[in-house]
Design a protein around this ligand. Structure first.
Ligand SMILES: [Zn+2]
Length: 332
C-alpha cells in the first residue's frame, strides 16, 4: 500500500514531464525564443515547467513509508545528519517547517509522527554542536541542535603534468569563476519531493579515490575530494543511479564533460570527465538508464568517473545512499 503510494507519486512525475514536453513543444511554435535566459544562461523550458509542476503536485511521497530510508545517517563532516524534530511542536498534521542551516535550505521529510531534517554536512565543518533554524507559517521561529562528530580522512598526493591545470592562467581563472557561478546556480535547483527511494552505483569499475581524501597537487593543498573516483576503461557506460531530472550538462575546465541530476529535495548527483553525454537538461531519467560514458576530459590522470552526491548544495559521502561499499566489478 505504502509502496503503491510512492509509485503513484512517480507517475505524477512522468505526467509532469509529459505535460512539460507538450508545453515546451507548443512554446516552440508560439514563441521565437525557445529558452529562458536566467542569469545569462539558457535553461530549457521543459526543465522549468517540469520542476514547477512537480512542486505543485500533492505530497504523496512524504506520506508514504519513509522513502528516504535508503539515506544512512552519519553526523560527521561529509556526512548526512537525520535530525528528528519534536513531534509535539511539529506534528505531521501540520505543514513541514522551513528549515535552514548556515543560510541553506534543508530538506525535510515525514518520519513516523514527526518530520526529520536531512542535513548534508560540509567536509570543512568543525565537530561539535550545530543549530538548525526552523520556521512555520503560524509559529515563532525555533531552533534545534544537533551534534557533528569528528572524522579523519586520508591524504593523497598527485603529480599533474599539465601545470596549467594546477595553477590556471588568468584567462582560465575567468572561465573557472564563470563556471563556479553556474555550478552554484545548478546546485540550487530542487524538486519538492524525493523522486526515488533507491540508489545503485552508476557504473562497473573499481574505486580509485574515495570520498573525503585530503589532496595535494604537486605538493600544493587543494580542497578535499568531494566525490568518489571510479576507474573504468574509456567508453564504459554510466547509468543514472536513481530516478531524477537532468538539471544541467556542460564542459567544464576542471571537470570536463559533466552532468547534474536532481533526485528530489536537493539530493543531486554529479558526473565528471565523461567522454560523451547522452542526456540534456530537462530530461527525466530512470534508474539504470545510460546517461553517457567514462572519459578523461578536464583535469585527470586517467579515465575514470568522478561521481559526487550533493544534499543542500553540499557534497556528501556517496556511500551513505548506496546499498554496497563497492561498485560491481567490470566485466571480464
Ligand atoms: Zn574525483
Amino acid at each position: 500500500m505504502q509502496v503503491k503510494a510512492f509509485k503513484l507519486n512517480l507517475s505524477y512525475l512522468r505526467l509532469a514531464q509529459a505535460l512539460a514536453e507538450t508545453l515546451s513543444n507548443h512554446a516552440k511554435g508560439v514563441l521565437a525564443m525557445k529558452t529562458l535566459n536566467i542569469s545569462g544562461r539558457h535553461v530549457p523550458w521543459s526543465l522549468w515547467v517540469a520542476i514547477c509542476i512537480i512542486t505543485l503536485l500533492p505530497i504523496h511521497a512524504s506520506q508514504a513509508a519513509e522513502p528516504s530510508a535508503f539515506i544512512e545517517s552519519s553526523s560527521v563532516p561529509g556526512g548526512i545528519a537525520r535530525v528528528a524534530l519534536d513531534a509535539q511542536k511539529f506534528p505531521v498534521s501540520a505543514a513541514a517547517p522551513y528549515v535552514t542551516w548556515n543560510g541553506r535550505a534543508i530538506a525535510t521529510m515525514r518520519q513516523a509522527d514527526t518530520y526529520v531534517a536531512l542535513v548534508g554536512i560540509p567536509l570543512s565543518t568543525a565537530a561539535g554542536k550545530h543549530t538548525l533554524s526552523l520556521s512555520t507559517t503560524n509559529e515563532a521561529a525555533e531552533t534545534v541542535d544537533f551534534t557533528v562528530d569528528s572524522k579523519r580522512y586520508e591524504e593523497q598526493r598527485l603529480v599533474i603534468k599539465n601545470k596549467r591545470k594546477v595553477n590556471p592562467a588568468p584567462i582560465d581563472m575567468e572561465r573557472i569563476n564563470r563556471e563556479n557561478k553556474r555550478l552554484k546556480e545548478v546546485k540550487s535547483y530542487r524538486a519538492d519531493r524525493l523522486l526515488t527511494d533507491q540508489f545503485d552505483w552508476p557504473l562497473k569499475g573499481i574505486v580509485s579515490s574515495p570520498f573525503g581524501l585530503k589532496r595535494f597537487y604537486n605538493d600544493q593543498p587543494r580542497r578535499p575530494h568531494g566525490g568518489i573516483d571510479i576507474a573504468a576503461p574509456e567508453g564504459t557506460p554510466i547509468m543514472a543511479p536513481a530516478d531524477g531530472v537532468v538539471v544541467d550538462t556542460g564542459e567544464y575546465f576542471f571537470n570536463g564533460n559533466s552532468v547534474f541530476i536532481e533526485h528530489g529535495l536537493g539530493l543531486q548527483t554529479f558526473y565528471a570527465h565523461m567522454s560523451r553525454i547522452d542526456v540534456k537538461a530537462g530530461d527525466r531519467v530512470t534508474r539504470g538508464q545510460i546517461i553517457g560514458a567514462v572519459g578523461q576530459t578536464g583535469r585527470v590522470t586517467g579515465p575514470h568517473l568522478h561521481w559526487s552526491v550533493g544534499l543542500n548544495a553540499t557534497w556528501v559521502n556517496p556511500l551513505l545512499v548506496l546499498p554496497t561499499d563497492m561498485p560491481p566489478p567490470a566485466d571480464p
